[in-house]
Design a protein around this ligand. Structure first.
Ligand code: PHE
Length: 502
């Protein structure tokens, strides 16, 4: 029988009596383990060997484990200091023993929490007693640590479990493959196997000479183990943002842009938010210190907005009857929502006057001094959008959301009436979390009031919304904590694997 040379080598080195590890075979026949693995699988396909797989635990010291292997376990050091202080005769103040032990920082707690557990003594109302019969040289955890530090192997036992629980060792699993000759393999070997010269690489010479016609080409081993590669990729939130933009552009929207830091005038006053609204005074906004105020605001616009606040709009209008101060409106802050962009576009300060029908959006950051938790960050991406047309109703608003969310496979959004100073009616949007089944708020929306639109010079109807990109992504990918995708606590594995593909 003729076989490729590496298969012949593996077959000849293999045994029918006991499985031989790929690593050992590779060392013996002086070929890379990947080649031997590939050859072994091919021989297995031909029925000449069996490839046996076992998982093996590999135990490695962590950095902390290595440190203790060198300096001694904290509880052993505490015991030794306790003996020195005479705590085997009578209890000694814990502070004193710790002081002489040389233990520092978190090691003190570690020492104390293991001291009694391992029978080194007891701790009672601040005093430490040492058991004279305890023997650190019989400490199984210390012994295992020492063996591992010296490169030795330890059996899986309670001591090893403890070390793993204490994060002093890391236990990883790997697959170990061995090769065992089958009966057919033995028969072939006895009948004699020969190396067939195989061509691994086709060369221009072989093509020119026609030699390729008779050559035996090596097979590609498509099952060979390959290393895992985790190259840089677009962050899943960025992917989501790109996708949202694509969907909105597909629905006929144009993108808005504008400043992250803006005057309260555009963030609040243009939205008919009264200046004494609690959110404007106590709302944890990020105010700017330098510069503190915007230089200029369009005079006529300021005048119209002020009048709406004081007197309302229309013949039966009614304003807030509360103070309105231009200086207050000029204060700069990081925008708490991107509706500031909407105010800029609707009022025409962003460029040309907008004529109906028009559709605009942005997917940009908004900043709020919230308390961090699983669903809140200090900054988040808001999907802002609005539609200007002659006659708009709640049906148009809901239909737009259904259409938008369905592009992400979300078909069960719910609406709840709410209140915003600038919209009437207003609706919060909710979606169901795919993992927890909880209803989570995903956005806020409504139809802008005349008190907002008239001063901005808009005569048509405008429906608008602010949706949270992170929440949309939660519904799409099922992650449960916003901190999984942002910041130092992020879930790297999730970020490596997550894809927003539709
Ligand atoms: N600005 C609102 C928020 O941040 C969202 C919104 C925008 C609501 C436009 C209605 C109209 O929650």
């Amino acid at each position: 029988m003729k076989l490729p040379p590496q298969q012949v080598a593996v077959l000849e080195a293999a045994s029918a009596d006991e499985p031989r590890r790929i690593a050992d075979l590779a060392a013996e026949i002086e070929r890379p383990p990947e080649t031997v693995t590939g050859a072994a699988f091919e021989l297995e396909d031909a029925g000449l060997v069996d490839v046996v797989e076992e998982t093996e635990e590999e135990v490695e010291l962590t950095e902390e484990g290595r440190e203790y292997a060198e300096d001694g376990l904290p509880e052993v050091r505490l015991y030794e200091a306790a003996l020195d202080a005479g705590a085997d005769d009578e209890p000694v103040s814990m502070g004193e023993v710790i002081g002489t032990s040389g233990l520092e920082g978190p090691q003190v707690d570690i020492a104390l929490s293991n001291y009694a557990r391992k029978g080194y003594g007891s701790i009672d109302s601040g005093d430490l007693a040492a058991d004279p019969d305890a023997d650190p040289s019989e400490d199984a955890e210390a012994a295992a640590l020492e063996t591992l530090a010296a490169g030795g192997a330890v059996e899986a036992d309670d001591a090893l479990d403890q070390l793993a629980r204490r994060d002093l060792v890391a236990v990883t699993e790997r697959t170990v493959r061995s090769v065992l000759l089958t009966e057919a393999g033995v028969t072939e070997l006895m009948a004699g196997v020969e190396s067939a010269e195989e061509v691994g690489q086709l060369t221009p010479d072989m093509l020119a000479s026609g030699e390729w016609r008779d050559a035996e080409f090596a097979d590609y081993n498509v099952e060979a183990d390959a290393g895992e590669h985790t190259p840089g990729k677009t962050h899943v939130l960025r992917q989501a943002s790109e996708r949202v933009k694509e969907v909105l552009v597909g629905m006929g929207f144009q993108e808005m842009e504008g400043p992250h830091v803006d005057a309260d005038f555009y963030i609040n006053d243009c939205l008919f938010m009264p200046q004494d609204h609690p959110a404007r005074n106590h709302w944890d906004r990020f105010a700017l210190e330098q510069p503190e105020k915007i230089d200029e605001l369009p005079e006529d616009l300021v005048e119209r907005v002020e009048r709406a606040h004081r007197e309302g709009v229309g013949p039966d209008g009614d304003g807030y009857h509360s103070p309105w101060d231009e200086d207050f409106a000029r204060a700069l802050a990081l925008r708490g929502h991107t509706t500031s962009l909407t105010a800029r576009y609707l009022s025409g300060v962003a460029g040309e006057d907008v004529e109906p029908p028009a559709r605009y959006f942005s997917v940009e950051k908004a900043y709020r001094n919230d308390t961090l938790d699983a669903t809140h960050l200090l900054e988040f991406f808001q999907i802002e959008g609005w539609v200007m047309a002659e006659d708009l109703s709640v049906r148009d608003l809901m239909g737009t959301f259904r259409e938008f969310y369905s592009q992400f496979g979300i078909t069960d959004i719910e609406f709840k009436p709410t209140y915003n100073p600038y919209t009437e009616p207003s609706f919060e949007l909710f979606g169901r979390h795919p993992e927890t089944g909880e209803l989570i708020e995903i956005g806020n929306s409504g139809i802008f009031r005349p008190e907002m639109l008239e001063p901005l010079g808009v005569e048509a109807d405008v429906m608008a919304w602010g949706l949270a990109l992170e929440r949309l992504l939660m519904l799409v990918t099922g992650f449960e904590d916003i901190r999984d995708v942002h910041g130092t606590l992020c879930d790297l594995e999730f970020l490596r694997d997550a894809e927003v593909v539709y």
